[in-house]
Design a protein around this ligand. Structure first.
Ligand code: UDP
Ligand code: MG
Length: 345
């Protein structure tokens, strides 16, 4: 097998673009044009893997047509909407390149920046992420929540998760193979790459507005991603629960002592019911919240122990050559789907 460290091998590199698609019919024609231009500009063979994440619009039909015409295009159709992070994982599992670039479908991750990512990879960086230095066309609310999220992540986790970095990045073979060996169900992809180390660097870019269509990340989905990110990369919420619980018990003990003294020196005190109600509801609130925090972790464990596959592939198009050329490199999941298609299709 080929050594990705070897400078000569980097010269004949094969690039894989991984693009998750969820109801992107409005932007697809433009995306295809830009991706084709990018593939033509690259200095080596390249493939573009589109991962349809259970779109309910015409995206899949359009993509099937494109993949039939262009041998460098490949399509993975997931059996339902598994979410952005898992769609990315499915695409990376199937990527055959020596360098894999993940980018959004809406052209907010400009194809030109890919050339800069590749240049850094050629300098020897294993992971090159694109850092947003400016965001256009996004609401103040989205920018504010995103900025709050990155700062909060920094405080809550011990893993270096770079700030203002999304999922637009290039990873080399070593990082990719490491990623594939990370079996967790709860995927916070940018944290996983932060965790693994290797030589990493950033390329700054200005993030333009979505080329067409609407965001597929409404507020609640962002919140869910943030909670997943924190729970899967930090035990701090549990520690906060522990110390918070201890502090509150200490306060309760003081109150108990106070109550004994009040009883000793002035039996029959009845005033103070308001504070009792406040204290009782405050503590029950804290209790419920902490149980919820623990529940998040227990739920995470539950999802892991079931050991279900991360995603289910409904159909693969355009992978036949890759399979012949890179036997054994496809994930078991992808290989199984192809074999089944061969049997029945
Ligand atoms: N996406 C996906 N599955 C989802 C949601 C989004 O594959 O459940 C894809 C989407 O098609 C796009 C990328 O993830 O390619 C980023 O989504 P979007 O641009 O809507 O997010 P935003 O840039 O608004 O944060
Ligand atoms: Mg976007």
């Amino acid at each position: 097998m080929f050594n990705a460290n070897n400078a000569a091998s980097r010269e004949r590199a094969v690039y894989s673009l991984v693009i998750p698609i969820f109801n992107e019919e409005a932007v697809l024609p433009l995306l295809i044009r830009r991706i084709t231009m990018l593939l033509d500009t690259l200095d080596a063979d390249a493939e573009a893997i589109f991962v349809d994440d259970g779109s309910s619009d015409t995206s899949v039909i359009y993509l099937r047509g494109m993949v039939a015409q262009e041998p460098r295009f490949k399509l993975i159709e997931l059996s339902r909407n598994f979410g952005h992070q898992i769609a990315i994982s499915a695409g990376m599992d199937a990527a055959a390149g020596e360098a894999v670039i993940v980018m959004d479908a809406d052209l907010q991750d400009p194809p030109e920046v890919v050339l800069e990512l590749i240049a850094k990879w050629k300098e020897g960086y294993e992971i090159v992420y694109a850092r947003r230095i400016k965001r256009e066309g996004e609401t103040l609310f989205k920018r504010a929540t995103a900025s709050l999220f990155y700062r909060f992540m920094e405080k809550m986790t011990s893993v270096a998760i770079p700030r203002d970095v999304g999922d637009f990045r290039l990873v080399g073979r070593k990082a990719l193979e490491t990623f594939k060996r990370m079996p967790e169900r709860d995927r916070f992809v940018r944290g996983m790459f932060g965790w693994m180390g290797f030589k990493q660097t950033a390329v700054p870019f200005e993030r333009p507005a979505r080329a067409a269509g609407e965001t597929k990340y409404p507020f609640w989905k962002m919140l869910r991603l943030a909670v997943h990110g924190i729970v899967s990369f930090s035990e701090k919420p549990l520690r906060i629960a522990l110390w918070g619980g201890l502090a509150i018990s200490g306060m309760a003990a003081c109150l108990g002592i106070f109550a004994v003294f009040a009883w000793l020196f002035d039996a029959g005190v009845v005033h103070g019911w308001a504070s009792t109600v406040v204290i009782v509801s405050f503590f029950s609130g804290i209790n419920l919240f902490m149980t919820g925090v623990i529940g998040l972790y227990v739920g995470g464990i539950h999802a892991e122990v079931k050991r279900r596959p991360l995603y289910v592939i409904d159909r693969l198009t355009g992978f036949e050559e890759t399979i012949a050329a890179h036997a054994g490199r496809l994930s078991e999941e992808a290989a199984r789907a192809v074999n089944e298609q061969r049997k029945f299709g």
